[in-house]
Structures are given as structure tokens and as C-alpha cells.
Design a protein around this ligand. Structure first.
Ligand code: GLA
Length: 385
């Protein structure tokens, strides 16, 4: 599907041309996993694929939602934009409308909307954040509300909390809103200060491997992790006041860890504290051009997500562990929420074909699933086309 075809599809759906087209990308996180809702830092990049939204004010009192990816077509009155619907894709854009209204923005007329996304669904590459952010960006433009990109990310995150019931951190929506071509975003998720770090990889590609085992973020396992980290904070507070796990260095954690009596919460906290350190070390390594170090930190991140955070499983572990066997793989780890989805690997150009062949064959033999591989292009954040 290209832009021209989308424009034609809009006319077919609504009988008139769209007025504007917007885009927001998916993301891949290089390192810093499950740190965002713990006040830590993350290091994602926006991808060149994402969600497109075509829109036209319709002078009516209802909003029409359609997608080229989904069958349901939903028409909602302007007084029906603040309540989530039964499980449907429309909850993502609808949740964003609701957040604008909650912030006191008046939506005086309806819109015809057509969406198309090319982020593989369930791959952990933030198809839902792309959908939320593209809606937020489009509404901001149409309504002239002038929210900045960080606020648009926060609106989108709230939509995910209240309309998809996932208590996610800010990483995905922030990366989709603030991404920049050929840069990764080093984001402090507590202060929301960020730095764009150029990703200049001479002779090395970022390879994404899709396990095709869908990551089930809404399954409750994600919210359970969020709750376990909260419990760890509460238990640590008996001996030292902290707001977030990420406030502790590894040495400080050693001093207080015995206060965490819940065995699971203790493991989760150990991952977070270690991952925060790895993320900061990895950013330094990248800036210094030390890819070997960066790769080692990626591998260590995967091991910690596997053993302490327990969000990997057979599919992600097989994909990463098979990758580690290939000469020319600098580092490989799961990316995103986990429980299926994708791994991200840094691979030397000359090893890409061998990687796809060997890792693909071994993965399929072990899991019975056919994987898919994409070379990531790092793109810009949300925009009007
Ligand atoms: C999902 C969430 C993010 C983040 C990652 C794990 O992608 O949406 O906020 O917590 O998982 O790093």
C-alpha cells in the first residue's frame, strides 16, 4: 500500500478527498528494557515504518474510524468519545480523542479518518504507540492545540493506560513522537530530558528478528511486572526512601536489597538496577565508538530479562541464543515488552546472510515457527506528510 493508494481508498470510503495525511513511526529499543516505568533511562530509535492517518473534518457531529488493517468500521457521536469500547482497535485512536477532551479541548465537529499501519502487529515494535501518536499529532494539528511532542507522547501513553488497560511507561510513545533519523534517543523517563545520539554504524546493521510468537502485552503479565516493581519500592522504603528503583546504583541496591522480602520482587528490582547501569554504559560505549562493549551489554541485558525479569521465553531465548553463535554478531537481545515479539541484533554486513540462514533454520527447527528478518532504518518522529 502506498500513499496514492491510501488516498484513493479514502475517497472510496468517504466520497471525498482527505484533507491531510499524518505519519508516526514504530520503534525498536536498543537497550534499557522495563526501566521506563521505574524512572530509568531507555535508548530506542524510531523506525521507518509506522502508522499513517488520513483525515478530513466532516462538518457533522460524529467521527468515523476506519482502518485498512482491520474490518471494523466505527462511527461515534461527539458525546461518545470519552468511553472505551469493547475490545477493538478503535480504542487506540479513541483513547487519544478522550485525552484531548479531558484536557479541556472542545471538539466541535466530526472527522472522517482512515488509518493504515505497516508495523507488524504483535511484534513488540509499538504498532499501538504509532497509532496513538499519529492520532495525537493529527488532532493537535487539526484543532490547533499546539501541544509539544512530549505532551503528545504523554497524551498517547494515557490513552494506552485508560483505553487499552496497559500501564506502560513513556518509551514507545516518546520515541514515536520524538524520533530522529539515524539517531537513538537517550531518554531519562523520570525527567523526560533526552539526548539524540547519532547511530553511525560503519559496516554494521541493526537487524530485527520477528519470532512470530505474538507478544501479549495485554495479557496481564506486563501489569504484573509493573506491580512487582512497585512492591520492591515499597519494601525498600522501609529502610530508605526512594520513589523509583532507578534511583539506586548497583552498590546502593546491595545495601538495601535484603529489605525486599518478596523473592520475585527482589529479582525484578535487581534487573532494573542493573539495566539502568547497562543503559548508561551502552550509551557511553556507542559515543566512544566501542561497539564490542555495546554488544556485550546488549547480551547481558537479554540474560537479565531472561533470568531475573522473566519476560523472554522459548521463542525470544532461542532467537537470541542462536544469534550469539554467529561470527559477526556484535550483540543480540529481546526488544520491547517481551513474551514474544522481536529481538534486535547488531550484525556485521558480511554476516547478515549467514545470520538469516542459520538463525532462521535453527529457530524454525526448535519452535516450528517461521521467523522474519528486517534491517532497521532509523527514521524521524511523527509528522504531517
Ligand atoms: C513496552 C511498554 C514500554 C516499556 C517496554 C519495556 O513496550 O510499552 O513502556 O515498558 O515494554 O521496556
Amino acid at each position: 500500500m502506498n500513499l496514492q493508494e491510501l488516498k484513493v481508498a479514502f475517497v472510496e470510503a468517504y466520497g471525498q478527498e482527505s484533507e491531510a495525511v499524518y505519519f508516526a513511526p514504530g520503534r525498536v529499543n536498543l537497550i534499557g528494557e522495563h526501566t521506563d516505568y521505574n524512572g530509568g533511562s531507555v535508548f530506542p530509535c524510531a523506525l521507518s515504518f509506522g502508522a499513517y492517518l488520513l483525515m478530513r473534518p466532516n462538518n457533522e457531529k460524529f467521527v468515523n474510524f476506519r482502518s485498512m488493517n482491520q474490518p471494523e468500521v466505527i462511527k461515534l457521536g461527539l458525546n461518545e468519545l470519552t468511553t472505551p469500547l469493547e475490545k477493538t482497535w478503535v480504542n487506540y485512536p479513541l483513547g487519544v480523542f478522550a485525552q484531548f477532551i479531558k484536557r479541556g479541548v472542545e471538539i466541535k465537529q466530526g472527522y472522517d479518518i482512515l488509518i493504515w499501519g505497516n508495523v507488524p502487529n504483535g511484534a513488540g515494535l509499538s504498532s499501538s504507540a504509532a497509532l496513538e501518536v499519529v492520532t495525537a499529532y493529527a488532532l493537535n494539528d487539526q484543532l490547533g492545540t499546539a501541544f509539544n511532542r512530549t505532551v503528545l507522547a504523554q497524551i498517547s501513553q494515557k490513552a494506552e493506560h485508560e483505553f487499552a488497560f496497559v500501564n506502560c511507561g513513556i518509551m514507545d510513545q516518546f520515541a514515536s513522537a520524538n524520533g530522529a533519523k539515524d539517531s537513538a534517543i537517550h531518554l531519562n523517563c523520570d525527567t523526560l530530558n533526552f539526548e539524540l545520539v547519532p547511530v553511525k554504524l560503519e559496516g554494521v546493521k541493526i537487524l530485527i528478528s520477528n519470532t512470530h510468537s505474538p507478544h501479549k502485552l495485554d495479557s496481564g503479565a506486563y501489569n504484573q511486572r509493573v506491580a512487582e516493581c512497585k512492591l520492591a519500592v515499597e519494601q525498600i522504603n522501609k529502610v530508605r526512601p526512594i520513589k523509583f528503583l532507578a534511583e539506586l546504583t548497583e552498590a546502593e541496591f546491595k545495601d538495601v536489597e535484603s529489605a525486599i522480602t518478596d523473592v520475585t520482587a527482589h529479582k525484578r528490582a535487581r534487573h532494573v538496577v542493573g539495566e539502568v547501569q547497562r543503559t548508561s554504559d551502552a550509551v557511553k560505549a556507542l559515543k566512544a565508538g566501542d561497539l564490542v562493549k555495546f554488544g556485550q551489554l546488549m547480551n547481558a541485558s537479554h540474560v537479565s530479562l531472561r533470568d531475573d525479569y522473566e519476560v523472554t521465553g522459548l521463542h525470544l531465548d532461542t532467537m537470541a541464543e542462536e544469534a550469539w553463535k554467529i561470527d559477526g554478531v556484535i550483540g543480540s537481545r529481546m526488544t520491547g515488552g517481551g513474551f514474544g515479539g522481536c529481538t534486535v541484533s547488531l550484525v556485521k554486513d558480511e554476516a547478515i546472510d549467514t545470520f538469516i540462514d542459520k538463525v532462521g533454520t535453527a529457530y524454525e527447527a526448535k519452535t516450528g515457527l517461521k521467523p522474519q528478518f528486517y534491517i532497521a532504518e532509523i527514521g524521524d518522529g511523527a509528522c504531517k506528510l
